[in-house]
Design a protein around this ligand. Structure first.
Ligand code: GLC
Length: 472
């Protein structure tokens, strides 16, 4: 891929400790990212990281494919194909695939007890993750110079993607509310985000099966979820495996049932991409149109908190809002579902607030995963405050599609500067840009490659055309 020449402003972070640091040229960054992706590649799938995450994860595979398509397009397609091998007989696409059996990662494959239901050739988890894979497939198809190959790939993967989305609606919105529910915080991809805390605290009779977590062997304790939360994560898995992962039982009985903004925004965007694939393949779109129409109105009616000017999720068990100002509030822009006035308010009131998401006294790099103004902001703990490359990538695409180009450019610049400064780590401390979590993290590398591949600063990334706010 010919790297875009990088302007000084890409690398320099004015008034930050990095000022004066030697600029890293994009070709070096891309080469380092490619080396990392090769190192993490088993030949069949790319591990999120070698030590901490040695299996295949669902939305990781999507982000990895998005970046890899600039480097090795055929390999990027195989990443998608491998993930689809883990699809359950009923259409569910699990969040972890264990094709190589156990490792020192916990939960180990046997913990989930999914064999009776999955019908897959290897063990998988019983939960799902946001369907970014559908968006990745569309991106792979749209900008492929070989449109015959692209069309063949679309035709090959579309049926499995459609089955997954059908499963999502049947299993997670059986009463047709228009919004999908998650049954575990891990399904959002933001495992221990504080927005789930009240719903977790409300769980009664927490009795997790015996377990021993191993994540702290790889990563500092203060950068990982706390023990009480982990017990609750395991308690939920214990219940669901006891119900043999029956989707009907889960929806009706799960004590954790949440309509999450991140999950619904990513699913809505994915369904717009699924529709585009259907159109390209000459497949009827009526079913997808109905999901999109219902999703759009339910999103705007149920998930917008007018007093705070934030998109917030809903706890279906208690009826309460998931009250937390976190970075996922901007994802409806990526979905193209936010009314323009609401998008404007989000950006002006929150994104540009120097006490929350913008560079100011508290943080020097955006975007913190939780607003720095939140009492629950913890700058180094996992999804409680650090900057994540995938969140930045999703938010900046959304900003751009709504015309907030300068804001999108700032997020892009910070993401690249963080990787140049601290490497392709799992997450970053927003105060000083220092490294947190796993080292050598695949999606950080892949998404920085995608950002560097943008044709010119301010121009939309190659891939899906900008959403059309206010309509499908
Ligand atoms: C953690 C993250 C999740 C990710 C996985 C593998 O569980 O919270 O989003 O998919 O690690 O990287």
């Amino acid at each position: 891929m010919p790297p875009k020449p990088m302007s000084d402003s890409d690398m320099r972070h004015d008034d930050s400790p990095e000022q004066g640091a030697s600029p890293v040229d994009p070709a070096t960054l891309i080469r380092d990212a490619h080396d990392l992706l090769r190192r993490n590649d088993t030949g069949r799938f790319v591990k999120p990281s070698l030590g901490q995450y040695p299996h295949q994860w669902n939305w990781d595979a999507a982000f990895i494919a998005i970046g890899l398509r600039h480097l090795e397009r055929a390999r990027a397609r195989d990443e998608v194909r491998h993930l689809l091998k883990g699809q359950w007989a009923d259409g569910m696409l699990p969040h972890i695939l264990y094709p190589d059996g156990p490792s020192d990662y916990f939960p180990d494959p046997a913990f989930w007890r999914t064999d009776g239901r999955s019908g897959t050739p290897f063990a998988t988890s019983g939960l799902t993750q946001p369907p970014v894979l559908t968006t990745a497939v569309r991106m792979l198809v749209d900008d492929d110079p070989d449109q015959d190959a692209a069309r063949a790939f679309a035709a090959e993967t579309f049926p499995a993607l459609l089955r997954w989305h059908r499963w999502l609606h049947a299993a997670r919105d059986p009463h047709g509310t228009g919004l999908l529910a998650i049954v575990h915080p891990w399904e959002s991809g933001n495992d221990n985000a504080p927005r789930f805390r009240a719903a977790l605290d409300a769980l009664e009779g927490v009795a997790p099966p015996a377990y021993r977590r191993r994540d702290q062997a790889h990563v500092q304790r203060d950068e990982r979820p706390v023990a009480g939360e982990y017990d609750r994560f395991m308690h939920l898995i214990g219940l669901y495996r006891g119900w043999d992962w029956d989707p009907g039982a889960l929806y009706e009985r799960a004590p954790f049932l949440v309509q999450d903004v991140a999950f619904n925004a990513l699913a809505h965007r994915a369904e717009r991409d699924l529709r585009a694939l259907a159109v390209a393949l000459g497949h009827p779109t009526g079913e997808i149109d109905a999901w999109l129409d219902a999703g759009h109105s339910a999103f705007e009616e149920r998930l917008w908190d007018a007093p705070g000017g934030l998109y917030l999720g809903r706890d279906l068990r208690s009826g309460a809002w998931l009250r937390e100002n976190d970075v996922t509030t901007f994802l409806p822009l990526f979905a193209g579902v936010a009314a323009p006035g609401r998008a404007q308010r989000l950006v002006e009131t929150h994104l540009r607030d120097p006490s929350a998401y913008a560079r100011g006294t508290k943080i020097r790099f955006g975007l913190p995963s939780v607003a720095a103004s939140s009492p629950r902001f913890e700058p180094r703990r996992y999804w409680c405050g650090p900057v994540w490359a995938n969140m930045n990538w999703l938010v900046l695409q959304g900003l751009r599609s709504y015309g907030f180009d300068a804001d999108a450019d700032a997020v892009r610049r910070d993401t690249i500067a963080l990787a140049a400064r601290s490497g392709f780590v799992e997450y970053f401390d927003a105060r000083d840009g220092s490294a947190c979590g796993s080292r050598g993290f695949s999606w950080s590398a892949a998404l920085v490659v995608d950002l560097l591949a943008e044709a010119s600063e301010g121009a939309p990334a190659p891939g899906p055309p900008p959403p059309d706010p206010g309509s499908r």
